[in-house]
Design a protein around this ligand. Structure first.
Ligand SMILES: [Zn+2]
Ligand SMILES: [Zn+2]
Ligand SMILES: [Zn+2]
Length: 277
């Protein structure tokens, strides 16, 4: 019998030796693309860019990997992108498609040596404590790693620091019932799940080089920008380049991208963008 199962896994080489960048783990709407049971042209497309898992990005910084949101597809997304460790997490909001992969962080405290820090607003923390109540009981754990080890860093609308960079929250609306956050890190901004970015938040986006924004489909939607609305916001923000995300099966990547303004693109799973300081 091989003895490999008794060996301790070698510590992976640091992943932060490259220049900082952003990795798109998922770019799809809440049900993903293909949608279960759908045989439309996009859901049955051979173009891998039409295969969209639920939305998240990893910002790979010199001090570690900063994950934004923990979608249900998280484990397979991190495996796909060969990202073996997450150092901190930011949450945009508490919707299921951005939260229900949180348990997949369970292995990381072994290597971090501490609980995984979660940066979120108070209402997001309350939701996490409710959904993942087994991680917050007073009962002694049966064995190490039996439950996720999580610590909270409460954020507001004020800028804060994580992994050596300043993060500026971008308060936004996401339909009538949800206030969510986008995030600006240097000249990069990530603004998913919104149908209204108020003027004060547009101010915070001035001067960004790369702007990622929600664009669900062509038709209007009560909680997401459509393509036309996203393009209007992009005109107000005036980034060098913009990427649309949280995309449903109405948008065929190749067809739609060919019709967008020359500095606007559709994001896709696996897309990597350099992060300028
Ligand atoms: Zn969403
Ligand atoms: Zn479809
Ligand atoms: Zn949402």
């Amino acid at each position: 019998m091989s003895d490999t199962r008794h060996r301790t896994a070698p510590t992976p080489a640091p992943e932060q030796t490259q220049s900082p960048d952003v990795v798109f783990l998922g770019t799809g709407t809440s049900v993903g693309v293909p949608a279960l049971g759908c045989d439309c042209a996009v859901c049955t497309s051979d173009d891998p860019r039409n295969n969209r898992t639920r939305c998240a990005i990893v910002v790979r910084l010199p001090e570690g990997n900063l994950l934004i949101d923990t979608p249900p597809d998280l484990r397979t997304q991190l495996l796909r992108e060969k990202i073996s460790l997450i150092h901190s997490v930011l949450f945009t909001h508490e919707h299921v498609d951005h939260l229900y992969g949180l348990d997949d962080l369970r292995l990381f405290p072994f290597r971090l040596g501490h609980a995984v820090p979660l940066y979120c607003e108070q209402h997001v923390e309350e939701r996490i404590r409710k959904v993942y109540d087994y991680a917050f009981t007073n009962r002694a754990p049966t064995h190490p790693g039996s439950t996720p080890q999580l610590s909270f860093e409460q954020i507001t609308h004020d800028p804060f620091e994580v992994l050596g960079v300043e993060v500026t929250p971008i308060p936004m609306q996401h339909g009538p019932y949800f206030n969510v956050l986008g995030f600006r890190i240097g000249n990069f901004a990530y603004c998913t799940d919104t149908n209204h970015i108020p003027p004060e938040s547009i101010e915070r986006l001035q001067g960004v080089d790369t702007f990622v924004v929600d664009a669900l489909r062509f038709k209007t939607h009560p909680t997401h920008y459509n393509v036309e609305e996203a393009l209007e916001v992009i005109k107000r923000v005036q980034p060098r380049t913009a990427y649309l995300t949280h995309i449903c099966h109405d948008l065929d990547h190749g067809i739609v991208e060919a019709e967008l303004p020359e500095n606007v693109f559709l994001a896709y799973d696996g897309l990597r963008l350099p992060l300028s300081p």
